[in-house]
Design a protein around this ligand. Sequence first.
Ligand code: NAD
Ligand code: ZN
Length: 374
Amino acid sequence: MELKKEKAVKQMNGTSQEYRNFPMVPRVVFGHGSFDQLGDILLPQRRHSEAPVIFLVDDVFEGTPLVQRIPSIFCDRIIFISALEEPTTEQVDALVHHIGEVFSEAPAGIVGIGGGTLLDLAKAVAIMLNNAGSAAKYQGWDLVHKKAVYHVGIPTISGTGAEVSRTTVLMGPERKLGINSDFTPFDQVVLDPELTRGVPKDQWFFTGMDCYIHCVESLNGTFLNAFSQSYGEKALELCTEVFMHDGSPDQKRDKLMMASWHGGMSIAYSQVGVAHALSYGLGFLLGVRHGLGNCLVFRHLAQFYPEGVALFEQMVEKHGIQFPQNVCAHLNDQEMDTMIQVAMGMTPLWENALGPKWRSKIGPEEIRAIYQKI
Ligand code: NAD
Ligand code: ZN
């Protein structure tokens, strides 16, 4: 009652401001070989032998020794999934349907093992097991009302911050958009840098740059606050050490894993910006993957992020990264318009990047000009 009164008084005085109260991953284990603790971690969640733990695993690990280390017991199931395409709402619906058909009992847990693609799939499946209808219905902000099934995230490549974020990004029938909700974050994350050993160099760079771009966009955004800044600055420092300085591969794996976490925390309390808005357009129309798409766009954003782009180019050169050329060259006007529409639809990203009057600062023609350079 008192609180309500206080709020009303604040509103009358025009001083009312609602601060976000966002959930964080409540449990995390970090360390080389920590993956082997997974069995013990899952044990208290197991209700009985008929309630399975379902492991959604990137199929790049099929037939590798990692699979032998997955603590699958009773009627648990390992489902291998390709990460060659980013997750779709249709795929989530199909997995939920499959799980419902095969098991008589609701799963005791969902464990995602892989990059952003598998982590997002695990989050979405865990949510949709307890929420009716298609995953497409929940794309947006705070549309989920029932708690997800217990879910665990185990990244095998670092950068997206999907292990810590409050969203699961899905390609839907109408849009590429996340299920952003308080029930999306993992209940448990296992950070074992050893798991990132086999990542191919280009992919390491693209996903790592996703983290770098999260930092640049967060630190240069209008939503910045001390909370985001503290995480963003640390992540940026770690990215610079990983991509610009020397160090042992082990140290670099550790640092990039922590950079990913901190970068994710930074945008959790701020927002991403121009590169992500335009990258969503590329992803929606052309299926360009998130990390690569961000890089392709970011190179042409010196007007927005001059220092960030300059350092990015140094990193590209240091690692001899080659990008595909003329990605948008063959697009007709209608396709270009679709991409522009998708990009411009990302209102919070533009508001963060350019402020509430962003529409007076950028329009379809400026965005078209950037896409034409890619
Ligand atoms: P990814 O999961 O798409 O994987 C990229 C490639 O790396 C795949 O071919 C995969 O098989 C391979 N790979 C992963 N781990 C490997 C390993 N240890 N060894 C060898 N190969 C390995 O990559 P990503 O960049 O981590 O994720 C991109 C996805 O993340 C996109 O779908 C994007 O929308 C999403 N994303 C989500 C968030 C979020 O907050 N939820 C944030 C950013 C991006
Ligand atoms: Zn990103």
